[in-house]
Design a protein around this ligand. Structure first.
Ligand code: DGL
Length: 291
């Protein structure tokens, strides 16, 4: 038996977004222990310099390595674009991001070979999606659009609920009647183009998928990296004989760097679709290595 089997998988994002990836991971690998970090205190990552985000990614990966994680998923496109390679060089465990899985899903889904990508400013300016999609099929036309209001909409919308009382799901939380105009106008530059596939290149965006689908129309297929990234994690652990027994009861621990532990628990559970029982505040130690 490989000693890694009972070790946890580490997953992180700037906030709630990475929980959309974790939901898929739980679906595909229910027996795995999980440590999730939401860096709410420094969210959003999107408008920051990539060097700064790289430092955050290294700091969080370093902490997850110290916790004994057997695999780390950078469940944030911005942090993947900024820091995946640096983290892979710095740490001795497998680390995967979400850009390559999302690019692969899009390259496989498109018929017209015209793909749109919506993401944060940081991800768009890095050119990471274009490179990853062209690595698979250099003939695909890729049009990227930064849609920064969407992260704010998701983070603030979830937090605002604290005042609003209980909601059952994200569609109820972000009703089309209230948000349709904002999402449509942000996506207007893409709606004029002949795309058949749109990558949700930010892990926050699946929370408002219903609004994006409504704005883009039924002829555009929406892809996100969540499912694909979870599949990659499964394959890596399978090949390393490090998968946990799917039937065993798993332990999932959640940390937020913000002071919002109760909100994080409540709204995180909504995004995750599972109750988040163990939620704690995390004060991240400084990272001593070089970025
Ligand atoms: N969810 C993150 C991403 O996938 C970042 C959102 C943000 O912090 O700006 O890019």
């Amino acid at each position: 038996m490989a000693h890694d089997q009972r070790a946890p998988i580490g997953v992180f994002d700037s906030g709630f977004g990475g929980l959309t990836v974790l939901a898929q991971l739980i679906e595909q690998m229910p027996g795995e222990d999980i440590i999730f970090v939401g860096d709410s205190a420094r969210c959003p990552y999107g408008p920051r310099q990539l060097e700064e985000v790289r430092g955050f990614a290294l700091q969080i990966c370093s902490w997850l390595v110290v916790q004994g994680c057997k695999l780390i998923i950078i469940a944030c496109n911005t942090a993947t674009a900024a820091g995946l390679q640096a983290a892979q060089r710095a740490f001795p465990v497998p680390i995967i991001g979400v850009v390559e899985p999302g690019a692969r899903a899009a390259a496989h889904a498109t018929h017209s070979r015209a793909v749109g990508v919506i993401a944060t400013r940081g991800t768009v300016s890095s050119g990471a999606y274009e490179r990853a999609i062209h690595h698979i099929d250099a003939g695909i036309e890729v049009v990227s659009l930064a849609t920064p209001p969407f992260v704010e909409l998701v983070e603030h919308g979830l937090q605002r609920c604290a005042a609003a009382g209980s909601v059952a799901n994200a569609a109820q939380l972000f009703p089309a009647c209230e948000y349709r105009a904002l999402v449509r106008s942000a996506l207007a530059p893409l709606r004029a183009l002949p795309l058949d596939t749109l990558v949700l290149g930010c892990t926050h965006y699946p929370v408002i998928r219903h609004l994006i689908a409504d704005a883009m129309g039924p002829e555009v297929t929406l892809v996100s990296s969540a499912e694909e990234a979870a599949r990659d994690a499964y394959q890596i652990l399978h090949r390393r004989h490090a998968l946990a027994d799917a039937a065993q009861e798993s332990v999932r621990c959640f940390y937020t760097t913000g002071d919002d532990v109760e909100d994080f628990k409540r709204f995180g559970s909504l995004v995750l679709g599972h109750p988040m029982e163990r939620v704690c505040h995390l004060e991240l130690p400084a990272y001593e290595g070089t970025a």
